[in-house]
Design a protein around this ligand. Structure first.
Ligand code: PLP
Length: 400
């Protein structure tokens, strides 16, 4: 008889955004004329930069010509031209990462979720709460013990290590989804010191690094001393360049990162991950990698930054509305998310219902990201500028 991985039964029945979509669809069915503005799911809305699309078309054309056709990519870790482009991008903000330490993937979610494959199920996993749900779900799926570091109003939603607690794997996300807060160099150094002391590995999600405006906030954990000995960094072109529907990201595993196996052998994490990928992943399509490389050209960089600026303006509009209403929030400055405190002690899902039914605006209840998210709410700046302004006007008219 086939059995199942019963850890799956311990998960929330649905992924957060499926629950939200269900509620919105029910409301839409009952109110077909409602003009709903969606500021819930963190998906981009602007089209991809022209030079990036042109590069993808060129790559696709090459696939139709015998001399330039490409089948399986030899390494499955990405073409050299793209790894060199990513390495150059890091160099641009003062971080040295070798092309051979970079692995191209189909987005950060896959690697964030799959990285657990190479770590023992007996690891104690520390996740900041609230968090992007993938970290918790994928560790529960493999039956690991998960402990939490509280990100809350008191610490500005920047959880810091507790020296009295031991962890083996640590998930950090900066700028953070959902809270929009971003770690300073000193805060990251404290996490790195903690990881080294505990022989732990930090899985660092930098999916929103392109939104950092504050010079003092590091764009990569590798900008901080010691990180190469204890961290893996995951990044994505989804939010940087509108690739949510294209699918391309990259993971950086420094050569120095090792773990001692139970027989005393020193094992390279990069090699172990390479072994996993060799059996379970066949790389990213050539035209998409051509498009991704175009993001890192001067022209591509300028064009994609225009889109980011557009979203940053939306974030300012939402932040201004919160200021006007006297609602407390974090984020919006180094992040496309505004994380607001529900007025009058309202619970997240009650605030969601109020916003949906009285303003026809959809956001994301903070409670869906963990216990510390209760009473908080996430609005995204990824929408259309006029619709964002309209949503803010509607929210400002609400009575609490
Ligand atoms: N990491 C964080 C923190 C995210 O918010 C997201 C997507 O919303 C991802 C990773 C996944 O991005 P990708 O589209 O690259 O899979």
């Amino acid at each position: 008889m086939a059995t199942i991985n019963e850890n799956y039964l311990k998960l929330e029945k649905n992924y957060l955004f499926i629950n939200i979509a269900k509620k919105v669809n029910e409301y839409k069915e009952a109110h077909p004329d409602a003009d709903i503005i969606r500021m819930g799911i963190g998906d981009v809305t602007l089209p991809i930069a022209k030079c990036v699309v042109d590069a993808m078309k060129k790559g696709a054309d090459e696939m139709g010509v015998k001399e330039t056709f490409k089948g399986y990519e030899d390494s499955g870790t990405g073409y050299d031209f793209l790894k060199e482009a990513v390495s150059g991008y890091y160099e641009g903000f003062g971080v040295t990462v070798k092309p051979s330490e970079i692995r191209i993937n189909d987005g950060a979610k896959s690697d964030c979720g799959n990285i657990v494959d190479i770590f023992g199920d007996d690891n104690i996993v520390l996740i900041t709460d609230p968090a992007y749900p993938v970290y918790v779900d994928t560790n529960l799926m493999s039956g690991r013990k998960v402990i939490y570091a509280d990100s809350n109003e008191e610490n500005g939603f920047a959880a810091m290590p507790d020296e009295s607690v031991h962890a083996d794997l640590i998930y950090l996300c900066s700028p953070n989804n959902p809270t929009g807060s971003a770690y300073t160099k000193d805060q990251l150094k404290a996490w790195i010191d903690y990881a080294i002391k505990n022989n732990a590995i930090i899985i660092y999600d930098a999916a929103y690094e392109a939104f950092i405006t504050d010079e003092a906030i590091p764009r990569s954990i590798f900008a901080v001393e010691g990180a190469r000995r204890c961290a893996i960094e995951m990044c994505s072109l989804s939010k940087t360049a509108g690739f949510t529907g294209m699918r391309c990201g990259y993971t950086v595993i420094p050569d120095e990162l090792t773990v001692i196996a139970s027989d005393g052998t020193v094992v390279s994490i990069s090699q172990l991950w390479g072994r996993r990928e060799g059996s379970k992943f066949n790389g990213v399509s050539y035209p998409v990698q051509c498009a991704a490389a175009a993001v890192f050209t001067k022209e591509g960089y300028e064009q994609t930054r225009e889109n980011i600026k557009y979203y940053q303006e939306n974030a300012k509009v939402i932040a201004a509305a919160m200021d006007e209403m006297g609602i407390k929030y974090t984020g919006g400055k180094n992040s496309p998310y505004i994380w607001l405190k529900c007025p009058n002690g309202m619970k997240s899902w009650d605030f969601f219902d109020k916003l949906l039914t009285e303003a026809n605006v959809v956001g994301t209840p903070g409670a869906g990201f963990g216990k510390n998210g209760e009473g908080w709410f996430r609005l995204t700046a990824f929408g259309d500028s006029e619709r964002t302004k309209e949503a803010c006007e509607r929210i400002k008219k609400l009575k609490f």
